[in-house]
Design a protein around this ligand. Structure first.
Ligand SMILES: Nc1ncnc2c1ncn2[C@@H]1O[C@H](COP(=O)(O)OP(=O)(O)OP(=O)(O)O)[C@@H](O)[C@H]1O
Ligand SMILES: [Mg+2]
Length: 485
């Protein structure tokens, strides 16, 4: 894989972002929002011209997923019940059917792809559930809109972490295998291979997927040409445009591109868009179609959520050891989320001392170690992965049945306030594309209970209590009820 490289060294004093990225920083302060997304939606309802067909009977995806559409202008969009309806090239259809083994578009694919692929190629802000197939929407969008005869960058996809950029590139390469379209990953490389942008050849790949810092540097160094840009995608877009995310870099890239290629289509995809981001999006993305989901309908029914009261930290370790690890491979793969790098390494040490094989990923590791740990997990060589929020968003591994919140996610600026979006993304690592899954939230004391209550209220989702942290039957019952045993 050809890689562009960032010249930013990880800073020891940097503040920890939700995703625990080591290499990318955001710095901006934004003006207060003027118009909320809700207001835009309401004022545009009269213009709604989408034709919806019945969405049910898909292979894995639950029928109940509810996505609302609001379009602007007078272009009618007919949702696609087959990939053929989208008039994709034979090369792309081959990739979808033969390499990815997809049979039908999922609901978000059926609705969003006609919006992406129909002239005048309007901007799109698309929200859909975790694991519902958003990657395919923007990957097919990029592959379809690129002119294969023009050997210059025409599509950029920006992701919050190197792991997600690499994963999305892998999907793109598989889907586009028969198209001849070229692609490149723009993420930081480890310091031993560093080469300044000035010394690198210009990017010739037609699609570039990467992290914001590296993409920004490629553009500034005039090594990543934006003159022929047709489509700009933000995956995990709410985080990419958030104050404590990558707002500065994202806006800068968007403005640079729009200044030169005024018809560049912008696509924003995420499972979550909180009100602050919605308001901001309404201000910065011109004339866009929207797909959105009510927050009360975002939790996946196929993923059962549990809470477990644990008297102290040792009991949390024992729950993982005796109730989860002892069941071994019967459970499929497990991700244990922790809040800080420090927690990641102390939990890792505790479990290794007890004789269990676990791997741990967090932003302070060397890039090549991060890549190795993810690859081993994706290849099924490791069963249990401890992670900071580095993997909370987008990480797709269908074999993950179980997510454990060793610590609940909280807002950086206020630890009494849950980070609702991160909670949803974490639990969405299980139950991909309608699969069954379970989540255990390990609560230690009143503060955790209060956080859990707030989360339940926010998403209107029920979290069942596991009666006793030290009772094997209680856990087996919970896992059975989730369909995992
Ligand atoms: N049409 C389809 N048919 C079968 N499987 C599909 C289809 N579309 C996507 N998938 C599979 O569903 C899984 C989840 O897809 P994807 O990672 O795109 O979800 P997502 O919506 O981006 O979720 P998240 O919000 O968590 O990032 C992937 O393993 C993908 O291969
Ligand atoms: Mg995704």
């Amino acid at each position: 894989m050809a890689e562009l490289k960032s010249n930013s060294a990880p800073s020891a004093e940097r503040k920890l972002h939700w995703a625990d990225e080591a290499e990318e920083e955001a710095t901006s302060k934004s003006a207060p929002p003027k118009l909320s997304w809700g207001e835009v939606a309401a004022s545009s309802v009269d213009a709604l011209s989408i034709c919806e067909t019945e969405f049910n009977g898909f292979l894995d995806e639950p029928e109940a997923l509810n996505i609302n559409a609001v379009t602007t202008g007078d272009t009618p969009y007919t949702s696609a019940s087959t990939f053929e309806d989208l008039k994709l090239t034979p090369a792309l259809l081959k990739g979808l059917y033969t390499d990815l083994k997809f049979q039908h578009p999922s609901k978000i694919q059926a609705i969003s792809l006609p919006m992406i692929l129909t002239p005048p190629y309007k901007n799109l802000v698309a929200q859909a559930h975790n694991g519902s197939g958003k990657t395919t929407c923007f990957v097919l969008g990029m592959l379809s809109r690129v002119d294969p005869n023009l050997k210059a960058p025409q599509a950029i996809c920006i992701c919050p972490t190197r792991e997600l950029a690499i994963q999305n590139l892998e999907v793109l390469r598989k889907m586009g295998k028969h198209t001849g379209i070229t692609s490149e990953c723009a993420v930081p490389m480890d310091s031993t291979k560093y080469m300044s942008f000035a010394k690198r050849p210009p990017v010739t790949a037609q699609i570039v997927i990467g992290t914001p810092g590296t993409i920004k540097k490629g553009i500034s160094a005039k090594k990543l040409s934006i003159g022929s840009m047709k489509i700009l995608v933000f995956d995990e877009a709410d985080h990419m445009l958030a104050e404590d995310g990558f707002k500065d870099d994202s806006l800068r890239i968007m403005k640079d591109i729009q200044r030169i290629s005024d018809h560049c289509q912008v696509l924003l995809f995420s499972a979550t868009f909180n009100q602050i981001v919605k308001n901001f999006v309404a201000r910065v993305i011109n004339d866009h179609n929207q797909l959105f989901v009510k927050k009360e309908e975002l939790s996946l029914e196929s993923v059962k959520q549990y809470k477990v009261d644990c008297p102290d930290e040792l009991s949390k370790v024992m729950v993982i050891k005796d109730r989860i690890l002892e069941l071994g491979e019967n459970l499929g793969q497990t991700i244990i989320f922790v809040r800080t790098r420090h927690s990641a390494s102390t939990l890792h040490k505790s479990l290794v001392e007890l004789g269990y094989e676990v791997t741990t990923i967090q932003g302070a590791l060397k890039q090549e170690d991060r890549d190795k740990i993810v690859k081993e997990f994706k290849d099924g060589l490791t069963q249990v992965l401890i992670s900071t929020d580095l993997l909370a968003r987008g990480f797709d591994q269908q074999q993950v049945n179980l997510v454990i919140n060793y610590e609940l996610p909280v807002k950086h600026e206020n630890h009494s306030e849950p980070d609702y979006e991160v909670y949803l993304h974490r639990i969405g690592r299980a139950g991909r594309f309608g699969r069954k899954g379970a989540v255990f939230n390990l609560l230690m004391g009143g503060r955790d209970e209060m956080l859990m209550e707030k989360i339940e209220r926010h998403f209107n989702s029920q979290t069942a209590q596991v009666a006793a942290w030290n009772n094997a039957e209680d856990f087996k019952g919970a896992l059975k009820a989730a369909g995992l045993l």
